[in-house]
Design a protein. Structure first.
Length: 201
């Protein structure tokens, strides 16, 4: 009996080691990092203008975008449509999302492209992690949000590269010059840290 219990415990621990919360193998985050790095090969003009787009799997033209589009496109390259997931969650509980833009219903054209909505979504999915000033707390594939000067929310994806002069993780983001790798982890106040625990759907 004791031997069976020990065996069961070891199997549970082994599963936990290979599957983070949400039942997703670590390989997903490797693919997410690869997708984020691939975004840096695109020439993108910073443009957050409202556009009518398809639903689901809708996107603005590939040559335009903002910080959220780096995240959306990277996840979509891994088979995850944040437009659809955010929209469905907002339909389920619209009041749980920020009331900043004067809307009275979800709008799949723009909701997922707004940092505060992504923050609310990831938090509601159980993906929020503590904000820390310790570089070791940030893993490749994590999402980080910042508040830029002028109270502008911003988001980026942590990658598997470190700053040459320190142990700071680098991120892929678009702060105005298109998707790029940058050493900005602790350059601005961090407002959120997320590790989206996807289900395999």
């Amino acid at each position: 009996m004791i031997k069976k219990q020990v065996t069961l415990f070891l199997l549970i621990m082994l599963a936990a080691a290979f599957c983070p919360p949400g039942g997703l193998a670590d390989g997903f985050f490797d693919r997410l990092v690869d997708a984020a790095l691939e975004r840096t090969t695109h020439t993108v003009r910073y443009d957050g203008a409202y556009r009518q787009i398809a639903y689901p799997n809708g996107d603005v033209p590939d040559h335009v975008g903002v910080c959220t589009d780096v995240v959306i496109r990277s996840y979509r390259a891994c088979g995850v449509d944040l437009q659809k997931r955010v929209h469905e969650d907002m339909r389920a509980d619209f009041d749980a999302y920020p009331n900043i833009w004067g809307l009275d219903r979800p709008d799949p054209n723009i909701d997922h492209r707004r940092v505060p909505n992504l923050q609310a979504f990831f938090k509601r999915q159980g993906a929020a992690l503590p904000v820390s000033d310790d570089p070791a707390d940030y893993r490749p594939g994590d999402l980080v949000t910042w508040m830029l000067p002028g109270n502008l929310p911003h988001i980026g994806i942590v990658i598997d590269q470190r700053a040459a002069s320190d142990d700071r993780p680098l991120v892929v983001h678009n702060i105005g010059a298109g998707p790029e790798i940058a050493d900005i982890m602790f350059e601005y106040p961090i407002t959120g840290h997320y590790r989206y625990p996807l289900s395999p759907s």
